[in-house]
Write a protein that binds this ligand. Structure first.
Ligand SMILES: Cc1cc2nc3c(=O)[nH]c(=O)nc-3n(C[C@H](O)[C@H](O)[C@H](O)COP(=O)(O)OP(=O)(O)OC[C@H]3O[C@@H](n4cnc5c(N)ncnc54)[C@H](O)[C@@H]3O)c2cc1C
Ligand SMILES: *[C@@H]1O[C@H](CO)[C@@H](O)[C@H](O)[C@H]1NC(C)=O
Ligand SMILES: *[C@@H]1O[C@H](CO)[C@@H](O)[C@H](O)[C@H]1NC(C)=O
Ligand SMILES: *[C@@H]1O[C@H](CO)[C@@H](O)[C@H](O)[C@H]1NC(C)=O
Ligand SMILES: *[C@@H]1O[C@H](CO)[C@@H](O)[C@H](O)[C@H]1NC(C)=O
Ligand SMILES: *[C@@H]1O[C@H](CO)[C@@H](O)[C@H](O)[C@H]1NC(C)=O
Ligand SMILES: *[C@@H]1O[C@H](CO)[C@@H](O)[C@H](O)[C@H]1NC(C)=O
Ligand SMILES: *[C@@H]1O[C@H](CO)[C@@H](O)[C@H](O)[C@H]1NC(C)=O
Ligand SMILES: *[C@@H]1O[C@H](CO)[C@@H](O)[C@H](O)[C@H]1NC(C)=O
Ligand SMILES: *[C@@H]1O[C@H](CO)[C@@H](O)[C@H](O)[C@H]1NC(C)=O
Ligand SMILES: *[C@@H]1O[C@H](CO)[C@@H](O)[C@H](O)[C@H]1NC(C)=O
Ligand SMILES: *[C@@H]1O[C@H](CO)[C@@H](O)[C@H](O)[C@H]1NC(C)=O
Ligand SMILES: *[C@@H]1O[C@H](CO)[C@@H](O)[C@H](O)[C@H]1NC(C)=O
Length: 574
């Protein structure tokens, strides 16, 4: 075949084009020659309200062990303290996300136990961060990252279970210190008629739930937030869905947000709500954190304070099938519990079953009527070897007193290496075949925990009213299991543990293939994450992402558009 000159030229140009594209297909990360110079960073600094910060892994003050650079006892004392960890720019709640595993199996880490490797490696912790206090700090960081083609990560509290708030060699925007809280009993969203008012709180990007609950209590209002009170009000929680034990009564976080402000990759600071940039407002409510821009605030509606009743149960046995039978009975109650506004949390192992539910929707007498049959079923099993640790109902004057008195305020919950598996269980599956379903579940995951945070108001909302995974609207409960390991475990052994989680995930998925997972509490390995996390909203979310993030700056693992990037999210693959 004879090639014409134009064809040859076309071949030449397309080759040149490929070269140009591949050169810019990868993000510039720390250590490469493209990394911005000191004078570039000085230029960035001149635009910021605060000095740049240089995040370090949590245990770094303990190194070198012969002469620690900082207060190692403070690190040891607070290792599991989720509040303390969230105050540090380089600390992730699950420290496995501070580590980076090289392709040859070497784990770059900075373990608390200094004698495991002897050195503190930066691992997956970004090397430099903008300590954002106002939108202009974030705009400057965004502009700088786009100009220098940097990988950028957004970190709020570092609670993300898939490590989306860390990234090797990235520039971090740290939103933790944006602590403004304002209350307006007649908040009017921008662009709304003046008659459209909400009794609302507006939280800056760094406000955490324990701070929000205190603020709402002072105004005599109630707000729908996380049980994990060190979680942020305005970061990953809301963008992934945001569940509360009160969600069956009031809806999810995404159902309660009335306005957001956000810096997008063009540097613009937008106000989005039901009247302006409605598409972006839709995507930000459930379409995933770290994907569309950087939220600077979220405004939430509030509710009057009402009494809340609670039911608590805990029992032990060496007869596991006895406990599993009770677990099945308690799951059978979920459809009617959700309808009556009950939400809660539980955990089952081979020796213990415990759960805690609450409702602001029923009286104490009604609560007793609801739980009496279950409690007496358990009572009957004591002869068969069940040991009841506690089975009781309680009445609280408000959700605030409940979480305060029941000891739900900041607890020791961070500091352990962990990966989760997750599935949203449809109401229909429980209603039609609870016994078969729970039996099949427990064969795969005998150790299971659950968040009964759907049904009721969550199910009533139009599935297309927010970008959230529509599977939530059909679900009653979100189940979790997982793997944990000790520092120093080698990469091969960790891979084995993770493979078990993946296999369990496949088996559970096969039981309910049409359902999905909760973006914020799922595994890093979900097959077909597009459907699993976003259902049939994926295509619309992707087009909104492309429109508002033309630079492709915001990429997180298993987030919308992340399939266009390699596993490290540093190079485009399509
Ligand atoms: C101890 C614990 C308790 C939990 N309890 C609950 C609970 O009760 N209910 C529930 O629904 N979930 C709960 N979760 C899950 C929680 O919702 C997720 O971990 C969530 O990702 C946390 O968001 P964050 O902003 O606090 O954390 P981060 O890890 O800082 O951020 C999470 C993600 O959001 C992005 N992000 C953060 N801030 C912004 C911003 N301003 N703009 C854009 N993107 C941003 C980050 O890039 C990252 O991708 C809990 C998690 C833990 C570890
Ligand atoms: C180190 O931290 C601990 C708290 O864990 C504190 O009691 C102690 O005073 C600190 N030491 C120094 C030298 O600051
Ligand atoms: C956890 O850390 C916070 C913030 O540093 C501190 O105020 C609190 O006292 C600590 N809690 C415990 C139980 O040590
Ligand atoms: C793995 O690779 C790193 C970086 O190239 C190197 O420093 C290390 O020695 C290697 N480890 C092994 C066990 O080969
Ligand atoms: C490190 O030291 C601790 C206590 O000092 C000890 O229990 C542990 O076995 C040591 N680990 C290694 C890997 O040497
Ligand atoms: C926070 O509130 C203070 C006082 O009301 C105000 O001056 C400041 O501009 C606010 N900051 C942001 C980022 O909204
Ligand atoms: C960032 O870029 C936008 C758009 O080009 C511009 O409006 C804004 O002023 C820039 N902000 C900063 C802080 O440089
Ligand atoms: C029940 O089990 C828990 C956890 O295993 C244990 O802490 C507790 O002591 C046990 N209680 C009884 C009454 O056996
Ligand atoms: C529960 O499981 C643990 C290990 O996971 C095992 O050691 C223990 O014997 C089991 N107990 C019962 C009662 O089956
Ligand atoms: C355990 O409980 C199951 C179900 O209640 C019962 O059938 C079985 O006999 C019990 N096993 C033992 C060893 O008691
Ligand atoms: C509900 O039951 C509890 C015991 O669990 C009891 O103390 C309380 O008086 C009962 N409340 C009502 C209103 O019947
Ligand atoms: C508990 O046992 C009693 C007496 O055997 C029986 O009447 C009752 O129906 C049982 N309750 C449940 C919930 O199984
Ligand atoms: C109930 O679920 C089990 C486990 O998935 C399944 O094997 C069984 O066929 C189901 N039964 C019905 C009636 O759907």
């Amino acid at each position: 075949m004879k090639l014409s000159v134009p064809a040859l030229l076309a071949g030449f140009f397309s080759l040149a084009l490929v070269d140009a594209v591949s050169a810019s297909q990868c993000r510039c990360t720390y250590g490469e020659s493209c990394w911005p110079s000191d004078s570039d960073f000085a230029q960035l600094h001149s635009l910021l309200s605060q000095p740049l910060v240089y995040p370090k892994p949590t245990a770094s003050p303990c190194y070198p062990s012969s002469s620690p650079s900082g207060n190692c006892s403070e690190v040891q004392d607070n290792w599991a303290n989720a509040t303390w960890r969230s105050d540090l720019p380089g600390s992730m709640e699950e420290p496995n996300w501070e580590t980076f595993t090289l392709s040859n199996g070497t784990i770059e880490s900075c373990y608390l136990e200094t004698n495991i490797t002897g050195t503190c490696e930066q691992g997956n912790v970004p090397v430099v961060a903008v300590d954002a206090r106002m939108a202009s700090d974030i705009q400057a960081a965004v502009n700088f990252s786009v100009t220098h083609n940097l990988r950028m990560v957004v970190k709020n509290t570092g609670h993300d279970y898939i490590g989306r708030s860390a990234g090797k060699g990235a520039l971090m925007v740290w939103t933790h210190n944006m602590k403004n809280i304002s209350y307006d009993s007649a908040f009017v969203p921008e662009g709304a008629p003046s008659s459209e008012t909400y009794n609302a709180f507006t939280f800056g990007a760094g406000v955490q739930w324990f701070e929000a609950y205190d603020a709402a209590e002072k105004e005599g209002r109630h707000i729908v937030g996380g049980l994990g009170v060190t979680v942020g009000t305005t970061g990953g929680w809301i963008q992934g869905g945001g569940h509360s034990s009160l969600s069956p009564t009031y809806g999810l976080g995404v159902d309660n947000a009335v306005q957001m402000t956000v810096v997008v990759s063009t540097g613009e600071h937008l106000t989005v709500n039901a009247h302006q940039h409605t598409d972006l407002f839709w995507a930000l409510r459930g379409g995933g954190g770290g994907t569309y821009g950087i939220l600077t605030s979220v405004t939430y509606r509030t509710y009057p304070v009402v009494p809340v009743v609670a039911a608590s149960f805990s029992a032990n046995s060496t007869n596991t099938s006895l406990l599993q039978g009770l677990f099945t009975s308690s799951f059978g109650m979920l459809p009617s519990l959700g309808d009556a506004g009950w939400g809660g949390y539980g955990i089952l192992s081979n020796t213990t079953l415990s759960f805690f539910y609450m409702s602001p929707n029923v009286s104490w007498a009604q609560a007793n009527e609801t739980w009496e049959p279950f409690f007496s079923q358990a009572e009957n099993l004591t002869q068969a070897g069940l040991s009841i640790v506690g089975a009781t109902t309680m009445n609280f004057s408000s959700f605030y007193t409940l979480w305060d008195e029941a000891g739900l305020s900041p607890v020791q919950q961070g500091g352990g290496a962990m990966v989760l598996g997750n599935r949203l269980i449809p109401q229909q599956a429980i209603e039609s075949n609870n016994t078969g379903l729970t039996k099949a579940l427990l064969e795969v995951i005998p150790d299971v925990s659950w968040n009964s945070v759907a049904g009721g108001k969550v199910a009533e909302a139009d599935p297309d009213s927010a970008g959230l995974n529509p599977a939530w609207r059909k679900a009653l409960v979100s189940i979790n299991w997982g793997a944990t390991w000790d520092d120093g475990t080698d990469a091969q052994e960790i891979t084995g543990l993770l493979n078990t989680v993946k296999e369990q995930e496949a088996s559970i998925r096969a039981l309910m293939p049409e359902s999905g997972c909760y973006f914020n509490e799922a595994s890093p390995f979900e097959a077909d994450f597009q459907y699993t996390f976003f259902g049939d909203h994926y295509a619309k979310l992707k087009s909104i992402k492309d429109q508002y993030d033309p630079h492709g700056l915001f990429v997180v693992r298993q987030g919308v558009g992340s399939d266009e990037w390699n596993d490290d999210l540093t190079c485009r693959v399509k």
